[in-house]
Design a protein around this ligand. Structure first.
Ligand SMILES: NC(=O)c1ccc[n+]([C@@H]2O[C@H](COP(=O)([O-])OP(=O)(O)OC[C@H]3O[C@@H](n4cnc5c(N)ncnc54)[C@H](OP(=O)(O)O)[C@@H]3O)[C@@H](O)[C@H]2O)c1
Length: 308
């Protein structure tokens, strides 16, 4: 038995999460040292940075329009089990994602997350069945209730589907601080596997209640809007990174924002959206190298506060 197989077998016998090891064995290259975090209550790990598809995957089906999504996915799939998040709310995004994943043959490399976004049990079932078709898969890793829409109804269906193995995890999402109070109530009463929320240096509100609560309840946290929908880049335009950024292996503003986010111990993964492969590569770089500790996070926040 060669060394790689021996290591793999050893990891399986020890019952540890094998994704990082698998990544190193099968995905050698620029992202081989990607940092993973465990999904609470499971043996599965996710790379700290994934991908959002809002707007950027809502394109037509000719080769020119598919080029951006295809190149982005091809970079992302160099990292094993990276999360891609979509929704029936995002126009053509589910179809484009399904087509590109099939075309590249990377279904087993990505962690697929989508959502239900409608009212009523039957309408929810119909919409989710359509997502399976569009995503061209018989297994959706994470099904989330989008923006809390009719969550009391859908959560029952999701529990049944999880039981049946059609989905692996259940989540609930929102993008605005105004919904945090209700999210906290649901986290206490329903204990979903994942929440997906807005969190960034421009929107740090989740630190007060949701992030500590997620750790307390063993709930995984997906961070949406990590760049406040791109507005963080506009806010720092013309400003240089601090000299000490290099000590944290930060080489761009995107990595500065993302490292600040994913170094919060309650955060499982951040899902920046991009239509450009060079930005995907840049974003994945935030899951490499040194991460800031609490004192360094505060220093980063203070530096940004002087600019923003
Ligand atoms: N309620 C919900 O469930 C909910 C709500 C909001 C968002 N989300 C999810 O979260 C994802 C992310 O949020 P978002 O799309 O609103 O915004 P975002 O990720 O905060 O920002 C996206 C913007 O940042 C730019 N960008 C990405 N990487 C960059 C880089 N390295 N350098 C410079 N610019 C970069 C993108 O432009 P380029 O294309 O030029 O890279 C795009 O304009 C969504 O796509 C969606 O999947 C979910």
């Amino acid at each position: 038995m060669n060394r790689h197989r021996r290591l793999l077998l050893k990891a399986i016998l020890a019952g540890v999460a094998i994704n990082p090891l698998f990544n190193r064995l099968a995905f050698a290259g620029e992202f081989a040292e990607t940092i993973y975090r465990k999904i609470p209550g499971s043996n599965e790990t996710l790379p700290l940075v994934g991908l959002g598809t809002y707007r950027v995957f809502d394109v037509g089906s000719n080769a020119g329009e598919l080029q951006g999504p295809s190149e982005v996915l091809s970079v992302l799939s160099k990292v094993q089990n990276a999360m891609v998040d979509t929704s029936p709310m995002y126009g053509n995004a589910e179809r484009v994602l399904g087509d590109v994943v099939a075309e590249l043959g990377v279904r087993n490399h990505v962690f697929l997350a989508t959502k239900v976004w409608t009212h009523g049990r039957e309408a929810g079932i119909e919409q989710m069945n359509r997502s399976f078709q569009l995503l061209r898969t018989d297994r959706i890793d994470l099904m989330q209730i989008h923006n809390l829409v009719d969550w009391q109804t859908h959560i029952r269906t999701l529990r049944e589907w999880k039981e049946q193995g059609r989905i692996r995890y259940i989540g609930i999402t929102h993008y605005h601080d105004g919904a945090h109070r209700e999210l906290a109530r649901i986290m206490r009463s329903e204990a979903p596997d994942f929440i997906q929320i807005n969190y960034s240096p421009a929107e740090p509100e989740a630190e007060n209640t949701l992030l500590p609560l997620a750790s307390e309840r063993g709930i995984a946290v997906i961070v949406n809007r990590p760049f406040a929908r791109g507005s963080l880049f506009r806010a720092v335009r013309g400003n240089k990174l601090p000299k000490w950024a290099g000590e944290l292996d930060i080489h761009s503003w995107a990595q500065f924002f993302l490292k600040w986010i994913v170094s919060h111990p309650s955060v499982s993964v951040a899902i920046p959206a991009t239509s450009r492969k060079q930005h995907m590569r840049d974003n994945l770089g935030a899951a490499l190298g040194r991460l800031p500790d609490e004192a360094q996070r505060q220093r980063m926040f203070a530096y940004l506060s002087d600019i923003l």
